[in-house]
Design a protein around this ligand. Structure first.
Ligand SMILES: *[C@@H]1O[C@H](CO)[C@@H](O)[C@H](O)[C@H]1NC(C)=O
Ligand SMILES: *[C@@H]1O[C@H](CO)[C@@H](O)[C@H](O)[C@H]1NC(C)=O
Ligand SMILES: *[C@@H]1O[C@H](CO)[C@@H](O)[C@H](O)[C@H]1NC(C)=O
Ligand SMILES: *[C@@H]1O[C@H](CO)[C@@H](O)[C@H](O)[C@H]1NC(C)=O
Ligand SMILES: [Cu+2]
Length: 178
């Protein structure tokens, strides 16, 4: 067998075994917290291995107005929302808004709650991946009490958390049942 034939056969074999099913490119997080009225779900669906990811969030029980929403480093709720740690930041960047050049991978900016306390988020992004080394599956997601200043507050805390205040609901991003 020629080397090139062998290489081709090997690469076909490898790609067959590393192919990703549609099921693996979906994720869901259910968010809540003790002593909090806030609950909701955030669904993620990535088009293909290198494609964009669609995000749909429906969160209720909020005070009207803006609330910070981020992916945090750990999918660990052993100490409530606190144990989700800091923002998930695999590129060691400064905190920013969802459109900023410098931002954490999981910086969603704010969700806006209507008078009835419901916030809906519906957008598509290239910055969130559900596969590969920087997959967000298994990470935490946190809804905050206050407005995220998108890193424009001019303080060290603004550069790391956006001054978004307390953690009023959180969950773990996992594989969905359907
Ligand atoms: C949001 O979730 C609530 C409660 O689960 C549901 O009643 C409502 O239809 C949902 N709204 C949207 C726009 O997804
Ligand atoms: C992350 O960036 C900061 C400066 O912005 C630097 O001090 C630190 O060493 C970096 N950490 C890693 C792990 O690269
Ligand atoms: C989300 O937004 C897209 C494009 O703006 C729209 O076509 C779609 O109907 C929206 N989905 C939901 C569930 O609201
Ligand atoms: C915040 O980060 C930016 C760079 O992203 C830097 O220019 C600025 O000095 C930082 N501000 C503080 C208060 O750390
Ligand atoms: Cu956060």
């Amino acid at each position: 067998m020629h080397f090139s034939t062998l290489a081709l056969a090997t690469s076909l074999l490898v790609s067959a075994f590393s192919s990703i099913s549609a099921q693996e490119l979906k994720a869901i997080a259910y968010v809540s917290a003790a002593n909090s009225e806030v609950t909701g779900t955030i669904s993620f669906s990535q088009e293909s291995k290198h494609g964009p990811t669609w995000v749909y969030a429906n969160i209720t029980g909020l005070t009207p107005g803006d609330h910070g929403l981020h992916i945090h480093q750990f999918g660990d709720l052993s100490n409530g929302c606190i144990s989700t740690g800091p923002h998930y930041n695999p590129h060691n960047e400064t905190h920013g808004g969802p459109e900023a050049e410098t931002r954490h991978v999981g910086d969603f900016g704010n969700i806006f709650a209507q008078e009835d306390g419901t916030a809906i988020l519906n957008f598509t992004t290239h910055s969130l991946k559900l596969c590969g080394k920087k997959s967000i599956i298994g990470r935490g997601i946190v809804v905050h009490e206050d407005v995220d200043d998108l890193g424009l507050g001019g303080t060290p805390l603004s550069n790391s958390t956006g001054n978004a205040g307390g953690r009023i609901a959180c969950g773990v991003i996992g594989y969905p049942s359907i």
